[in-house]
Design a protein around this ligand. Structure first.
Ligand code: CA
Length: 359
C-alpha cells in the first residue's frame, strides 16, 4: 500500500514537473523594445556594442526579450537619444552621456572629464567607488536608469594641420572639440567648433578648422583625417577614457520580469567589456597603418599638459560653485581619482614604463 502510494505520488510529481517547465515558459512574456544608438553602423565598434548587447539579451531569455538596435538617425537623431528615452519614444538608447553636456555638465561623469579616469578606473569607480549610485540618482531626474555600455580607452589628441609646440600656438586655433573639453580649451585661446562627424574632413581640407579630435586610431583611420591634417597628437587628455552607456526608461525597466532585468544587466556588462577589448586589440594595427601612410605622431608638450590641467581644475571648481548636482558627484569622484592614481603608481605604471624600454 505504502509502495503503491509512493509510486502514485512519484508519478504525480513527474507529471507536475513535466507540465511545470512549459507552463513557466508560457508565463514569460514576449517583450519587443527599440534601442536608439548615437552611432552610425560604419563605426562598427561603437555601434557594435548595441548588437552584442541585444543578441545576448535575446539568447538569455529564450528569444522572448527582443531589443532591436537602430543606428544614429534611423529613428532618432544621433544627439537626441536621452530626450527620446526620457519621452518614451524608445525604451532605451546607447550613447555617451557627455553629448548632453548642454543639459547639465554633470552628464560628463558618465563618460569622461579632462584628466579624469582611465577605462579601468572608471569601471572601478562605477562598480566599487559609489559612482553607479551617484549616476543612478542623477539620471532619475531624466526618468532613466543607466548601465555601463563600453569604453574607448584613452583617446588621441586629434589631428592638426600644423605642429603645436607651445601654449602660444593654441591661441586662435579653430578646433573641432566639444563640451567640457571645449570649455577648457577656450581658456587657453582655442576657438572650439561644433562640427558633425561627417563634416570634419571637408572642414579640415578647406581650412575652415585647423584641428579636430575624434576617437583613436581605429575609428580615426576610417575618416581619413591624415590626408588633410598630418600631425596626430597624443594624449587626448580630455578623454583618458570615454565610457558609453545604455540608458533605459525607468518605467519600462520596472515592467520587466526580474529575469529579464538580470539578462539586460549581464548583457550590458558583456558589451561593456567587449568594446574595451576590441579597441585595445585593434588600435595598435590601425596606428601602425597610419604611421606607414606618413602620419606624424606627436605628443603634447609638458607646458601644454600643465596649462590644460590647471584650466581643467579651474573649470571643475567654477562648475561646482554654481551647480550642486555637479559638486555632489565631483567631490567624491576627485577623492577616488587621487586614491586610485596613487595605487596605480605603485605597480601598474612602473611595470608599464619598464616594458616600454624593451623590444
Ligand atoms: Ca573624442
Amino acid at each position: 500500500m505504502q509502495r503503491r502510494s509512493f509510486l502514485k505520488n512519484a508519478a504525480v510529481g513527474a507529471t507536475v514537473s513535466a507540465v511545470a517547465v512549459p507552463a513557466l515558459a508560457q508565463t514569460q512574456p514576449t517583450v519587443n523594445w527599440r534601442l536608439a544608438s548615437s552611432f552610425p553602423k560604419s563605426l562598427d565598434v561603437l555601434f557594435g556594442a548595441a548588437d552584442t548587447f541585444s543578441k545576448r539579451v535575446s539568447a538569455l531569455t529564450n528569444g522572448k526579450f527582443n531589443i532591436r538596435p537602430f543606428a544614429a538617425g534611423e529613428i532618432i537623431p544621433a544627439l537626441q537619444v536621452v530626450d527620446a528615452v526620457q519621452a518614451g519614444t524608445v525604451e532605451m538608447g546607447h550613447t555617451a552621456g557627455y553629448y548632453y553636456f548642454g543639459k547639465d555638465p554633470a552628464f560628463c561623469f558618465d563618460t569622461a572629464l579632462p584628466f579624469g579616469l582611465t577605462a579601468r578606473q572608471q569601471t572601478a569607480w562605477m562598480t566599487q567607488g559609489g559612482g553607479m549610485a551617484l549616476m543612478r540618482d542623477f539620471f532619475k531626474d531624466y526618468g532613466i536608469i543607466n548601465f555601463q555600455g563600453g569604453n574607448t580607452g584613452t583617446q588621441m589628441g586629434g589631428w592638426f594641420r600644423k605642429e603645436i609646440k607651445t601654449v602660444q600656438d593654441l591661441k586662435g586655433l579653430k578646433m573641432r572639440i566639444a563640451g567640457m573639453a571645449g570649455r577648457v580649451m577656450s581658456r587657453m585661446g582655442v576657438v572650439p567648433q561644433q562640427v558633425a562627424g561627417g563634416d570634419i574632413y571637408p572642414s579640415l581640407e578647406k581650412g575652415t578648422i585647423d584641428a579636430a579630435e575624434w576617437v583613436g586610431p581605429y575609428d580615426d583611420e576610417k575618416l581619413g583625417f591624415n590626408r588633410v591634417a598630418p600631425f596626430y597628437y597624443a594624449p587626448g587628455w580630455w578623454e583618458p577614457s570615454a565610457q558609453l552607456s545604455f540608458y533605459v526608461g525607468i518605467k519600462e525597466w520596472e515592467k520587466l520580469p526580474k529575469d529579464y532585468q538580470a539578462a539586460l544587466e549581464a548583457a550590458s556588462m558583456e558589451a561593456h567589456t567587449v568594446m574595451m577589448a576590441e579597441y585595445d586589440g585593434r588600435n595598435p594595427q590601425a596606428l601602425a597603418r597610419l604611421l606607414k601612410a606618413g602620419v606624424k605622431l606627436r605628443s603634447f608638450s609638458k607646458p601644454i599638459m600643465e596649462a590644460s590641467y590647471k584650466e581643467a581644475n579651474a573649470v571643475f571648481e567654477e562648475e561646482s560653485a554654481k551647480n550642486a548636482k555637479f559638486k555632489k558627484i565631483y567631490e567624491p569622484w576627485k577623492r577616488f581619482r587621487q586614491d586610485i592614481n596613487q595605487w596605480f603608481s605603485v605597480g601598474e605604471v612602473p611595470v608599464q614604463n619598464f616594458m616600454l624600454g624593451k623590444k
